[in-house]
Design a protein around this ligand. Structure first.
Ligand code: ATP
Length: 274
């Protein structure tokens, strides 16, 4: 429908190299994908196909990036949606949107001459929360439709569809989603450690003029508990401070100010939502 404008249909050029830290998560995901693309062996040995990969972890840690990189890695088309897009007042609308999403993904793969499609559903908990037997019939239908789509995926069909989903509330999910043959592979995408933070800062410093004295190591040291998204903000805010200063490059004090700003910004956000 016309309300799917926000959906990303662009080919994915993002690679795993552009994701900082997350070494373990990247390795686990690549292993799963390597296995996935051995279609012939999988069929020959009668292995149950991998249909769903669940990415779990706090907001802004790179779950969407992982799904995009997975599409690039497997030469699949990438189609993204968010759980909240399927929440509608009228019973059945969410379910038909799910149907449309999978149809569109298959059609796009055919159009681009690709063998596979990755459908990424962010905030899966919005539609995949535990069913409560009648209270929220609309949500139930949407979830049931998703389960139907998953159950309908066969190894022999082309294009092959892999569903990736992200949540930061895995414990809220309906157990039916986690059963074998559905989202049975879980990958944790956690907050980065210090080494990961250095890596992420470097990735986002690539297109920016850093002063020779700027020390991203020490910025990583100060940003314990920052997500990748927050670290990206730090680099961006630092560049803005440099511009305000009419400075030709980003200096250590711009970076420090940016750390404070992002830290403070988060705090006020949290307070205002309470
Ligand atoms: P949410 O759950 O809130 O949707 P997410 O885990 O999907 O978050 P992304 O959307 O992948 O997070 O990340 C948001 C942005 O933050 C990215 O576009 C990127 O700029 C930056 N970012 C997050 N994690 C990383 C990372 N590991 N490496 C590099 N950049 C990152």
């Amino acid at each position: 429908g016309s309300d799917h404008k926000s959906r990303s249909r662009a080919p994915s050029y993002l690679t795993f190299d552009e994701i900082g830290g997350q070494d373990r998560a990247k390795r686990e995901l690549q292993e799963a994908l390597d296995f996935l693309i051995r279609y012939e062996d999988i069929q020959r040995l009668g292995i149950r196909p991998l249909k769903g990969i669940l990415l779990t972890g706090p907001p802004g840690t790179g779950k969407t990036l992982m799904a995009k990189a997975a599409a690039h890695y497997t030469n699949s088309i990438f189609m993204a949606a968010s759980g909240s897009e399927f929440v509608e007042m009228y019973v059945g609308v969410g379910a038909s949107r799910i149907r449309d999403l999978f149809k569109a993904a298959r059609a796009q793969a055919v159009k681009e001459n690709k063998n596979s499609a990755i459908v990424f559903i962010d905030e899966i908990d919005v539609i995949g929360g535990k069913r409560d037997g009648g209270q929220h019939r609309e949500y139930d239908q949407t979830l049931n439709q998703l389960l139907t789509e998953m159950d309908g995926i066969h190894t022999t069909e082309t294009p092959r569809v892999l569903i990736m989903a992200a949540t930061n509330r895995k414990e809220m999910l309906d157990p039916a989603l986690l059963r074998p043959g559905r989202f049975d592979r879980h990958i944790e995408v956690d907050l980065p450690d210090k080494k990961g933070r250095v890596h992420i800062l470097n990735i986002h410093a690539k297109n920016k003029p850093l002063a020779p004295e700027a020390n991203l190591e020490s910025i990583a040291q100060e940003t314990f508990h920052f997500s990748g998204a927050q670290l990206e903000s730090v680099m961006n805010e630092a560049a803005i401070y440099a511009m305000r200063d009419e400075s030709e490059n980003i200096q250590q004090r711009h970076l420090s100010l940016a750390v404070d700003k992002v830290m403070l910004g988060e705090k006020t956000d949290r307070e205002s939502t309470k």
